[in-house]
Design a protein. Structure first.
Length: 248
């Protein structure tokens, strides 16, 4: 899944902001004696200038921003993920460490532009889906047994499933079309069928997905007597498991 251009450019701008600010700070603090960073290796001391003092303090904030950006753009499965372990570095505020991190940002920006950092768009969508599924769980938990309060949870969970199946179609290589011959978007059951036909999952999984699609359709069309709270609870649990297997 490709990031929307506006979001993609926001990340590129953030790279540039951190690189430029880091280079500015480095020019000021690169000649600060090392004893000012917590070591007494220098025998010669001198007081810091006001600008050096301010930028030395700003460096800590810069390091937080650096790690925050890396946490957002680097997939948990990416080899670069180990860079986040540096938050425990004892020399994180040293000028030499800052210079190294600036160089890494430049390299990571290049990888990001060329799509080598993993599918950030898919990860964002997965996080959104998880958030909506959490809302469905809450809707179900807040309902009263014997009422139809479980219906909104079924509708929401079904909508998340449909959107996730569209994403699964998009992420295939080549991507699977999500519209029919007339250009209309495929609905939930046809999406299940086309993914099964392309061996994204097996018939057993497809059968379970169709059962959840039936619950969603019954909820959306007012056929509330065709399913109950227990069915919706199992549906939400099942969709969560499906997303964990296929959207991560």
């Amino acid at each position: 899944m490709t990031l929307p251009p506006s979001l993609f450019n926001q990340y590129l701008d953030r790279f540039d902001e951190l690189i430029q600010e880091g280079e500015r700070i480095y020019k000021v603090i690169k000649d600060i004696p090392t004893h000012h960073f917590g070591t007494s290796s220098d025998e010669v001391t001198r007081p810091l200038t006001q600008q050096e003092l301010e930028d030395q303090q700003k460096l800590e904030g810069w390091n937080v921003n650096y790690l925050s950006l890396l946490d957002r753009i680097i997939s948990p499965r990416n080899a670069h993920r180990n860079l986040l372990d540096e938050k425990r570095e004892r020399v994180a505020n040293f000028p030499s460490t800052l210079n190294t991190r600036i160089s890494r940002l430049k390299g990571l920006k290049d990888d990001f532009q060329k799509g080598f950092l993993g599918d950030l768009g898919l990860e964002i969508e997965t996080a959104i889906a998880a958030d909506y599924m959490g809302q469905a769980e809450q809707l179900l938990a807040e309902g009263q047994s014997g009422k139809y309060d479980h219906v909104p949870a079924a509708v929401l969970a079904g909508a998340v499933l449909e959107k996730s199946l569209r994403t699964l179609c998009d992420k295939q290589s080549p991507s699977i079309p999500t519209v029919n011959d007339k250009g209309k978007p495929l609905t939930l059951t046809p999406l299940i069928d086309v993914l099964k036909k392309n061996n994204v999952f097996n018939e057993l999984t497809a059968k379970q997905l169709r059962a959840w699609a039936d619950i969603r359709n019954s909820a959306a069309h007012g056929n509330f007597d065709e399913f109950n709270r227990s069915h919706v609870d199992q549906m939400i649990r099942g969709i969560n498991n499906f997303l964990a297997l296929h959207m991560i």
